[in-house]
Design a protein around this ligand. Structure first.
Ligand code: ATP
Ligand code: MG
Ligand code: FE
Length: 343
């Protein structure tokens, strides 16, 4: 089936088109630059940018794929979770398209779409798969027996998301927003010399939060360390701090993800979300997966961050597996639970 997917949960206006399990085009417009001076995504600014970018991005996607809207078999759209106003722009656009074209609409869960995108990269999804989603808004471990119907949350962050921690620490180090890629780059020139805390990895914390994450203590520890250096009049060794902080994050992420695979008897693991672009995370995950005999799949960085292709990829799975479409009245649900794969 030929499926167009629309993503507007955060600051990316994404429109992707897939044919079955083949990606035809992934068009994207981002308002990230408009948010940079605020140091974070401003919902109002994001919604407005989606509204302006939507039609041109749809046109660009169709032109890029060489398809006409009439050729489409279904429309898929992120129904949640995400920023309410931003989601609403995507959902309203998708409804308009579905109604005008007389095609079914699938309102899909953003997190499940992050998992499904790897289908257009590496082929059919092994199920069950253990998915680790790490982005600016989420850090979750998901057990996925069926990406169109059965997604089970094993754990999540209890405070900051992994990407949020990267962004906040980058700010402390005077690096631009979004900070993840800058920390990644800075860390390449730095040695891991500072032993920053690994949240929820020992004793009672680990018992009670086996597959949960906590990055707020780490963020505070880095801020305090940097502050101490500045007070003492020393130059902050940005590369070393970046490398040490990054190691603390990816150590915990990979350790818990691998443990989740082992304890649930899952042989395949996948990483998605913007932080999956992190070079150290990719390397350490591969190393630890190899050691544990687990197959690892990580899409290319451009498909890890928010995009329309992931929504189209999941939509196509719904069609191919004969799942019911959503009602045309489907709501945008900013707090859509991950267990609800389709609205
Ligand atoms: P959502 O959480 O709803 O998916 P989002 O826009 O925050 O929304 P993404 O676009 O998937 O999610 O990811 C953005 C996040 O990924 C930012 O926090 C950014 O700093 C982080 N990031 C991007 N590249 C890297 C990298 N190389 N290393 C670490 N973090 C990165
Ligand atoms: Mg984003
Ligand atoms: Fe996302």
């Amino acid at each position: 089936p030929l499926v167009l997917g629309i993503e507007t949960s955060c600051d990316e206006t994404g429109v992707g088109i897939v044919r079955g399990e083949t990606l035809l085009v992934d068009a994207i417009a981002s308002s990230v630059d408009e948010h940079a001076r605020f140091g974070g995504v401003v919902p109002e600014v994001a919604s407005r940018a989606h509204l302006e970018a939507m039609v041109p991005t749809i046109e660009r996607a169709c032109a890029g794929a060489g398809v006409r809207l009439d050729d489409l078999d279904a429309i898929a759209v992120t129904a949640g979770p995400g920023l309410a106003g931003a989601l609403m722009v995507g959902v309203a656009s998708a409804k308009a398209l579905a109604l005008a074209l007389g095609k079914p609409i699938y309102g899909v869960n953003h997190l499940a779409a992050h998992v499904a995108v790897d289908i257009v990269e590496h082929g059919p999804l092994p199920e069950p798969v253990l998915a680790m989603l790490v982005s600016g808004g989420h850090s979750s471990l998901l057990l996925v027996p069926d990406v169109t119907g059965d997604v089970q949350p094993l754990g999540a962050t209890i405070d900051d998301a992994a990407g949020e921690a990267f962004d906040k620490v980058a700010r402390v180090l005077g690096l631009p927003f979004p900070g993840g890629p800058h920390i990644d780059r800075a860390a390449r020139d730095g040695e891991i010399t500072i032993d920053f805390p690994r949240g929820l990895t020992t004793g009672r914390d680990l018992e009670r939060h086996r597959f949960d994450f906590s990055f707020s203590g780490l963020k505070t520890a880095v801020a305090r360390w940097v502050e101490t250096e500045r007070r003492a009049g020393r130059t902050v060794p940005v590369a070393e701090v970046a490398a040490s902080f990054q190691e603390a994050v990816v150590d915990v992420l990979t350790r818990k993800a691998i443990r989740a695979c082992v304890e649930h008897g899952v042989q395949d693991m996948q990483i998605g979300g913007g932080v999956a672009a992190n070079s150290r995370l990719r390397a350490l995950a591969q190393e630890r997966a190899d050691a544990a005999g687990i197959r690892l799949r990580v899409p290319r960085p451009g498909l890890c961050t928010d995009n329309g292709a992931m929504v189209a990829a999941l939509g196509a799975q719904f069609v191919m597996r004969g799942r019911e479409p959503s009602q045309l009245s489907l709501p945008a649900d900013s707090s859509m639970p991950v267990t609800e794969v389709r609205a």
